[in-house]
Design a binder for this molecule. Structure first.
Ligand SMILES: [Zn+2]
Length: 370
């Protein structure tokens, strides 16, 4: 549970019995440090650092009445950050999307490394001792940024080893997707980690989380639309502008305090589902245009897996299954939101796999001369 000193000790003493049972470790030396820090404000700090039950929460944090215990409530930011390494009812929600972010970050570095020797160098540097990395970090970042700028400008002709491949298509729509996915996953992490701090931060982070979801949906359209309709640019413009406008409109609507209210939870989810399902229109168009394309079934299978993951995840999110069947039983592990997070990662990875196929196909086929 909490690796940290003051939090851990105060928590061990005051947490309800089942919560205390989840705590591991916590030695005598830690308690001494706690007493040194606490001084006169012992009573106040105990109240802040212990995990509380649903009924003790301020109204703005009462979001899921089927999760009964292990809430952090109005914790200082530092304690909330350190709770990354302890057990409470948001631990798995935080880590599922933090690990997802790390996976997408790794994929991004890997793909950048395929196109820029500078990034390959950077990966090599990262295996050096920490001190060596610290010495070189500023110049490495400079290399990466200049490489990225060069890539955006001269995208079609770059390849590994400095060899130009004439048919290689631009990669920016793919990197837009990877960047958006990382933004979404990291915003979600920040929201689950820190929204227990205060009402103000809670409102801000929830809005950031909504923005992250809308960004994820919009950027998910970029690789398929761009590569499928690369030879018919007017359709790229139509579909990508439409989904971007829908994303901006959705974010704008969700910023209104009215729609942020707990009772509009289902409406918010349906707005996102509507955005995602609008992809059916370009998908039907794409299948019709590429009916004889041999990779049709592979990409449809990946995108079908993505849609199934997202929709199933949303169903768990909305129905709050399984915790509604046994309130309190899934407080730490197995709650609907954790399942939803895992399915979001699965959906994003399926979409990533489809994007790779779209890129390969376009690299091989190019566009017919008109
Ligand atoms: Zn979440």
């Amino acid at each position: 549970m909490r690796e940290e000193t003051a939090m851990e000790s105060a928590y061990e003493e005051l947490a309800p019995a089942p919560a205390a049972a989840a705590v591991k470790g916590g030695g005598g030396s830690k308690k001494k440090k706690k007493h040194r820090r606490e001084g006169g404000g012992e009573k106040r700090k105990k109240k802040e650092y212990r995990l509380v039950s649903y009924h003790e929460l301020p109204d703005y944090m009462k979001e899921n009445r089927f999760i009964i215990n292990y809430y952090r409530s109005e914790w200082p930011v530092l304690n909330a950050v350190l709770s990354l390494f302890s057990w409470h009812n948001e631990t798995i929600n935080i880590w599922t999307h933090l690990l997802g972010f790390m996976v997408f970050f790794g994929l991004t570095v890997l793909h950048l490394g395929q196109y820029f020797p500078q990034v390959a160098d950077l990966i090599g540097h990262l295996s050096w001792p920490i001190s060596k990395v610290a010495e070189n970090v500023s110049s490495n970042i400079g290399d990466v940024l200049s490489g990225a700028a060069m890539f955006m400008q001269t995208s079609p002709a770059l390849a590994s080893g400095g060899m130009a491949v004439a048919s290689q298509t631009t990669r920016w729509p793919f990197f837009v997707f990877l960047a958006g996915a990382m933004f979404c996953l990291l915003s979600s992490c920040a929201c689950h980690l820190l929204s227990c701090h205060s009402h103000r931060l809670n409102v801000f982070l929830i809005r950031l989380d909504y923005t992250g979801i809308a960004v994820m949906i919009v950027v998910s359209f970029f690789p398929p639309i761009y590569y499928i309709f690369q030879c018919d640019p007017q359709w790229q413009v139509v579909y990508l502008s439409a989904i971007t406008a829908a994303g901006v409109g959705t974010v704008y609507a969700l910023m209104s305090p009215r729609l942020s209210a707990a009772r509009y939870r289902a409406h918010r989810a349906l707005l996102f589902v509507g955005m995602g399902l609008s992809g059916v229109v370009p998908a039907v168009h794409a299948v019709a245009v590429n009916w004889h394309e041999p990779r049709r079934n592979v990409t449809l299978a990946y995108e079908g897996a993505m849609a199934l993951s997202y929709l199933t995840g949303t169903a768990f999110y909305l129905t709050r299954v399984p915790e509604r069947w046994r309130p309190g039983m899934f407080d730490l592990c197995g709650q609907s939101h954790q399942i939803f997070h895992a399915l979001v990662i699965a959906g994003a990875l399926a979409h990533y796999a489809a994007a790779i196929v779209f890129i390969q196909a376009r690299d091989e086929m190019g566009c017919p001369a008109k």
